[in-house]
Design a protein around this ligand. Sequence first.
Ligand code: PMP
Length: 411
Amino acid sequence: MHRTLARPAFDVETVRKDFPILQGHVWCKPLVYLDNAATSQKPRAVLEAVDRYYREHNSNVHRGVHWLSGAATKDYEGARDKVRAWLNAAGREEIVFTRGTTESINLVARSFLRPRLKPGDEVLVTEMEHHSNIVPWQIVCGEAGAKLSVVPIDDRGELLFDEKLLTPRTRLFAFVHASNALGTLNPAKDLVRAARARGIPTLVDGAQAVPHMRVDVRDLGCDFYAFSGHKLFGPTGIGVLYGRKELLDAMPPYQGGGEMIRRVTFEKTTWNDIPYKFEAGTPDIAGAVGLGAALDYLGALDAEALHDHEATLLARATEALSAVRGLRILGTARRKVSLVTFDLEGVHPHDIGQILDQEGVAVRTGHHCAQPVMDRFGVPATARASFAFYNTLAEVDALVAALGKVRELFA
Ligand code: PMP
């Protein structure tokens, strides 16, 4: 007799129980955490993995022959294997642990781009980049006499990509997969294809994409992919740079120190193999372990159901917020991750943030480290509600109700 294995339905209330902080209160109100794009909350599985690591395996990696060092190394390298599988990278040596997206991008700017840049060269970015995907390129361009060129965006917050922006002088195309300021989900595969057709390497800033979708770097075809553990329900202080093996192999080290060497003398030092060549010093072992636990946790959930749930949250928030008097949504792209950025006529975003906080609703206000986006829309700052799969429709309603209070106070 055959039994049909039904997919367990996604039950947000059950999932929420995995996140201790979500049971908390602020100002005597239940916490409504809608600042997930800044950093997401951590499930118990991550907290326990980090705790267990420190209680039972804490030791330094790679260098010791004793049992604990072996255990810590196994934990750390095991986390690398999990990231490799998660991204579908071809090899574990293509996964470099960093402090986060910012460090991953700086590593590529220094070690990959800087040695290749000549005066008059170009680096193509987009108008919707986070500062961490602008400034590192700007610094090395300044040193080399090269310049940034920019893919503009339209009023919806979609890219106005024109292949002519990829010129014979373009040495790299670096773009955000999903925008933290607008929510726009970019057609990463098409953009990579256009660049590859001209032999131009690509870096994709995946900080805001990975919390919302499975990313397959081989399917994308990009040369580099960067993300942070803390936005993916893992710890702060750990991040990932995926890089194609042949590029990483050819790149000089980013930082010098222990671990990244093969042989040191005062006359000459030779480098370790990748990825260790790029991991100078004692790494964030507990962070990697926690990130591995986050991937295990996410892997056990139904990705399609999560996606549908987030799409429902986004649709409800977009509809309800659009009905608030004087509220304008910035970023109305056709493909978005689940976040809504807005301003409210006559109210400074910081006032919005503070009043919402009194209602227990945590949103982000400011320029979201994307000042060129603010300039594009002619605002100094905005408010942003960003959702994770553990948010509920009731929380969207709580946001809308709290915005009603803002409206009343500023009537
Ligand atoms: N890129 C994007 C799109 C981001 O949203 C962020 C974080 N807000 C970063 C890069 C930088 O990430 P981190 O601060 O974790 O290095």
